[in-house]
Design a binder for this molecule. Structure first.
Ligand SMILES: Nc1nc2c(c(=O)[nH]1)N[C@H]1C(S)=C(S)[C@@H](COP(=O)(O)O)O[C@H]1N2
Ligand SMILES: [Mo]
Length: 494
């Protein structure tokens, strides 16, 4: 008898990469830190030399007019021995901003892209995304401290990009630190809300998310929001780091590892319009009737979500889902009170009479829409899979009383606690991929067994009035063995 593990953050590879289960992801508008995806290219650094790391040094290229001494003087406010004070430096020295922004890894939904043709990279489901409240100073204010005024796209000496350098050690950088850059025009634009953040959801950043300081670039792929920030450089060209030049770039489906020329594509910044269903797994067994379809939609560049369409016939006809950021408050994309950098949650209740494909697509405020198929946006690194998100639902079948008794004859061998009279009905799904999700709420006993009469038996006992709702037993391998040895297969399926 195997008890399934409770929903938890799933680990991928070393270095530490994790994403929450779909249902946990959309349980709240603000993603709790524990359920926020973690994406790391090297080991998470242990920041013991707190003073060094907090001494955020802006290294201005010698070609610029600011000299290092001038720079250090201006920034001496960052250096202090006390961690507490350092974490508050912005609130004392620079205004503190709280920006609600969705961070999305460019590799979100990569696993689905890999199914078309293998791609390189961490295999993410749909949860390499999260919505946080980031607290910190605006990068535009920090840069102003060293004499770079707001809304500057080029300094006199030719600085056009702002590079963020971390302290972690990445094998892609030959053991050097992770780094990335954004255009100076974005960095110095106060409305772009780029933060040097020290807080996440009202708490100091934790180690996983970049303690003590990280950059947050709203509306842009997560790769540019550098964690464990060590220094900032003003440079003439984009950062030459691996993750800017040899990764996180979009290519056509025809580009492969033999003909790729990295220089032909620019480092990806804004992410395109995206949405995903999170209330259903890839294949979910459900009873015929109403199904709540919910999930998230988000677009890059500060574009809002104008519509979320859901189809229960694989994309032939569509219904519009309701959208919200604050629970119960209808979302309007250009609303001044809305969070312009944040995702929108959606839900709609649909009638599902038969096994089918449920699809979602979102439309952003520039009328951009997600591509229908993954094939046409396939790229060798497997980034930005924003194709319509599709899930399968498999109808459960109610089995006949005679079969029920036959099944019970076998089942009671392993589940002695269930008196026969409580088994008023049994539902089955003959699909080896189907998940339990649709059964969780009203199913007192459930089981899966594989390789039984060539198909998977997947079902649950419902409506046993005297069965306590929290009494849940999962049966898999043991029962499979019992059933496989049974001679009652025919009557079971009759
Ligand atoms: N220093 C550093 N910063 C980094 C990374 C990294 O590996 N090292 N990963 C980037 C990528 S690809 C993403 S998607 C986000 C993930 O942020 P999170 O782990 O806080 O969710 O951090 C970015 N910043
Ligand atoms: Mo990422």
């Amino acid at each position: 008898m195997t008890r399934l593990p409770p929903p938890s953050v799933s680990l991928h590879y070393h270095p530490f990469n994790a994403e929450p289960p779909r249902s946990a992801l959309i349980a709240s508008y603000i993603t709790p830190v524990d359920f926020f995806y973690k994406r790391n290219h090297g080991p998470i650094p242990v920041v013991d030399d707190i003073e060094r790391l907090h001494s955020l040094i802006l290294v201005l290229l010698p070609c610029l007019h600011f000299d290092i001494v001038h720079c250090r003087n201006n920034l001496s406010v960052y250096s202090t021995n006390m961690a507490e004070q350092i974490l508050c430096f912005d609130s004392r020295m620079l205004p503190k901003y709280n920006v609600t922004a969705t961070l999305q890894c460019a590799g979100n939904r990569r696993t689905a892209m890999s199914k078309v043709k293998t791609v390189k990279g961490v295999g993410w489901d749909v949860s390499a995304i999260g919505n946080g409240v980031w607290g910190g100073a605006k990068l535009a204010d920090v840069l102003e401290l060293v004499g770079i005024s707001k809304l500057t796209s080029s300094t006199k000496s030719g600085g056009k990009h702002v590079e963020f350098v971390s302290i972690d050690k990445c094998k892609e950088e030959n053991g050097g630190p992770y780094k990335a850059s954004i255009p100076l025009s974005r960095a110095t634009n106060p409305d772009a809300d780029v933060l040097v953040a020290y807080e996440m959801n009202g708490e100091p950043l934790n180690r996983d998310h970049g303690y003590p300081l990280r950059v947050v670039v709203p509306g842009v792929i997560g790769a540019r929001s550098v964690k464990w920030l060590d220094c900032i450089n003003i440079i003439a060209e984009e950062s030459q780091g691996f993750f800017m030049q040899k990764d996180y770039k979009m290519f056509s489906p025809s580009v492969n590892w033999d003909n790729i020329d990295w220089s032909t594509s620019r480092p990806q910044m804004d992410f395109p319009v995206q949405s995903a269903i999170c209330s259903l797994e890839d294949v979910t067994a459900i009873k015929p009737g109403k199904v709540k379809v919910s999930g998230y939609a988000a677009s890059g560049g500060g574009r809002g979500i104008d519509r979320v369409d859901v189809s229960v016939d694989g994309g032939k006809t569509w219904v519009e889902a309701s959208r919200y950021q604050k629970p119960g408050v209808h979302y309007i994309s250009d609303d001044m009170n809305g969070d312009k950098w944040a995702w929108v949650l959606f839900d709609v209740t649909v009638d599902v009479p038969r096994s089918t494909e449920i699809v979602v697509k979102a439309v952003d405020s520039a009328a951009n829409v997600q591509p229908e198929n993954v094939q046409e946006i396939w790229n060798l690194r497997g980034i930005l899979n924003t194709s319509w998100h599709r899930v399968q639902v498999r109808m459960l079948e109610r089995i006949m009383p005679r079969s029920l008794m036959a099944l019970y004859t076998v089942l009671k061998l392993s589940i002695k606690q269930v008196p026969a009279q409580h088994l008023s009905s049994i539902w089955l799904c003959r699909d080896s991929e189907a998940s339990f999700t649709g059964l969780e709420s009203d199913c007192a006993f459930k089981f899966t067994c594989y390789n039984f009469t060539g198909c998977t038996v997947f079902g649950g006992f419902f409506e046993g009035s005297q069965i306590k709702p929290d009494l849940t037993i999962y049966v898999s391998n043991d029962l499979a063995r019992l059933l496989a040895g049974s001679t009652n297969e025919r009557s079971f399926f009759s």
